[in-house]
Write a protein that binds this ligand. Sequence first.
Ligand SMILES: CC(C)(COP(=O)(O)OP(=O)(O)OC[C@H]1O[C@@H](n2cnc3c(N)ncnc32)[C@H](O)[C@@H]1OP(=O)(O)O)[C@@H](O)C(=O)NCCC(=O)NCCS
Length: 178
Amino acid sequence: MTTSAPIFLAKDGALSWPEIAAMRELIYPPEKLIDTPMHGIEWAQPQRRVLLYVDDSVHAVAGIHEREILCDGEKLRIAGVGGVMTHPKFQGGGYGKKVMLHLIALLQTEARCTSGLLFCEDHNVEFYRKLGWTLFHGEMVAEQGGKTGPFSFPNVMMLTLSETARTSEKINLCGLPW
Ligand SMILES: CC(C)(COP(=O)(O)OP(=O)(O)OC[C@H]1O[C@@H](n2cnc3c(N)ncnc32)[C@H](O)[C@@H]1OP(=O)(O)O)[C@@H](O)C(=O)NCCC(=O)NCCS
């Protein structure tokens, strides 16, 4: 049987949640999530998601958070990327790369953002590096529990969009991380 070509749709973040909730639960059941660096962090919900469908089934997804942040005190509009997942049945089949390439093309053409920014675990750094993302080595503050304070995560990665990503400055996320 041949596999149909993927179809990409960008959808509202809240409205698309029911389509990916089961995949999220499969990948991050509570007993597994507790052992990850994501556990215990208050995360923002994406404004939009790019969904990759094959024959009406969601094979991969990535969320977009457009946000005005402060970079060494200067306001910058950046594109946060989060909730990147390929359904476990289809991991290793190129769908994660395809959904990310589609998302990046979308950001390059229609979002007015200077750079992309994401958080990831150690074992995913290479996946993003292959897609052009580089590690951020600066300092970061973000909101947690209604207060702004120092925020760290094992890997923060940035992508150049309309200007070279500022990977060593002081970033205030001006809200929750994603
Ligand atoms: C990370 C994830 C999205 C990758 O998606 P995928 O569909 O399995 O990846 P692809 O098959 O598209 O792989 C694309 C390329 O990245 C490589 N790659 C994929 N996962 C990788 C990893 N964890 N580390 C290093 N390389 C990786 C592939 O070998 C491939 O390389 P190539 O282009 O040279 O052939 C997927 O494994 C996943 O959903 N993991 C669980 C959830 C998760 O960790 N999400 C990331 C949150 S930050």
